[in-house]
Write a protein that binds this ligand. Structure first.
Ligand code: GDP
Ligand code: MN
Length: 394
């Protein structure tokens, strides 16, 4: 799960990393208030604020989503412009406002899960500020890699070596500490990527008005391991629904495991193993499954209806095969869900239902009364579904 820059920066800050101050604004008025605060800060060396779109895409700068403003009026205007943008298909609902940095040099530093080596890997470069993929193409020698054992972490000597290789110059101590901090952040939150681009040397006004330079995380990108979300109850709130496939959002809401596939026969099954078997039998009968869908154990009518909507949202679906083995899941509940779903259905698609096990008799009665097509065996159900799909296609 990707999280927005402002949320990523909060995680970095909590782990002790140097992040310039910021505020999040949802309206131009809020952006103005934040700008007034940062414009009046004596440490602000540029006398400007930076306003950044909070959307889960890269290259916001190029898309017009990162702008500077020199006054409260300008900040309000710029925020209004950015909040009206759609960047790579995503609406901008929030902006980050912070003191505009006086950038001396931009670096790149990230740590990620490298599945191929089963290690964590640092990637660093003195050519930051641009996409690292582009540096990898144009000047691969400018990139430094360092693998780390997740159990041993990054020892001090390795952090120093990494900092020297990247070339932080006088900022090598800060560079080494930031590398350690990124790893700490990754492990603390079960992230699979923590990327700082740019990690920038910025010039600020020191105590006596003298310029001081320091290395700070000017941008932040963090992706969290979905499988570990249960260990971090607060993280669900960081989810950005705009960036997700609506089908995934809907499936999660109803506790369904849904994976869209290429075929035209929608499958609704309880249990992952039975779902795979059902897909195999659809293929053996000469058809192609449109999805994998496990409605889980003990599914009630509303979950069945949600599953049906997910299947029918795929315009490729020409027939539906429902295969339920009732254990904890009660056949009559599923039947009621199917009847309810068909009542709300926006398009007519042939459906074959096989329900065996708990309350199968009651289910059969309900389905018969509602004129559903049923099948006694899975092979029969698959054959009927394939035949219906062909008839619909023709
Ligand atoms: P991205 O394009 O989505 O990666 O957004 P970034 O936060 O990385 O910003 C893109 C670029 O805008 C950076 O590489 C900087 O060159 C520039 N930028 C971002 N923040 C500031 C700032 O505070 N001051 C100045 N002068 N430039 C900035
Ligand atoms: Mn960036």
């Amino acid at each position: 799960m990707k999280i927005q820059e402002a949320d990523a920066k909060a995680l970095l800050l909590a782990q002790g990393l140097p992040v310039p101050p910021w505020e999040v604004a949802r309206t131009p008025t809020q952006a103005r208030a934040a700008a007034v605060k940062f414009l009046g800060d004596p440490a602000n060396a540029t006398g400007k604020v930076v306003i950044k779109a909070q959307v889960l895409v890269g290259g916001r700068g190029k898309a017009g989503g990162v702008k500077l403003a020199g006054s409260a009026d300008e900040a309000e205007d710029v925020a209004a412009q950015i909040l009206a943008l759609e960047i790579k298909g995503l609406p901008v609902r929030r902006v980050l406002v912070g003191p505009a940095a006086d950038i001396v040099k931009e670096y790149y530093l990230s740590v990620l899960l490298d599945r191929s080596t089963r290690r964590l890997m640092f990637i660093g470069s003195a050519e930051g500020g641009v996409e690292i993929e582009q540096v990898a193409r144009d000047n691969p020698a400018a990139i430094v890699y360092e693998h780390v054992d997740p159990l041993l972490g990054l020892p001090d000597y390795a952090a120093r070596e990494l900092a020297f290789k990247i070339g932080f110059g006088p900022h090598w101590k800060a560079g080494a500490a930031i590398a350690k901090g990124l790893l700490k952040t990754m492990l603390a939150y079960d992230a699979d990527l923590v990327e700082i681009n740019p990690l920038a040397v910025i010039r600020e006004h020191g105590a006596q008005g003298t310029p001081v330079e320091r290395l700070v995380c000017l941008d932040a990108k963090v992706t969290l391991d979905d499988s570990a979300l249960a260990r971090h109850p607060g993280h669900e709130a960081l989810r950005d629904l705009d960036a997700e496939d609506p089908a995934d959002v809907e499936a999660r809401r109803y506790d369904l495991t849904f994976i869209k596939l290429e075929g035209d026969i929608g499958c609704m099954v309880n249990g992952a193993g039975l779902a795979m078997t059902t897909m195999d039998l659809v293929k053996r009968a000469g058809g192609e499954p449109a999805n994998f869908l496990d409605i889980g154990g003990g599914a009630k009518a509303d979950r069945v209806a949600a599953a049906m909507r997910l299947i029918l949202d795929d315009p490729n679906v020409k027939a539906i095969l429902v295969n339920i083995f009732g254990g904890i899941t009660r056949g009559d509940e599923v039947a009621r869900g199917l009847i309810e779903a068909r009542g709300q259905q926006e398009r007519e698609v042939p459906m074959v239902v096989r329900i065996v096990g708990t309350n199968a008799e009651e289910a059969a009665e309900l389905l018969r009364a509602a004129h559903f097509e049923t099948a006694a065996t899975l092979d029969e159900a698959a054959a009927k579904a394939v035949a219906s799909a062909r008839a619909t296609a023709a």
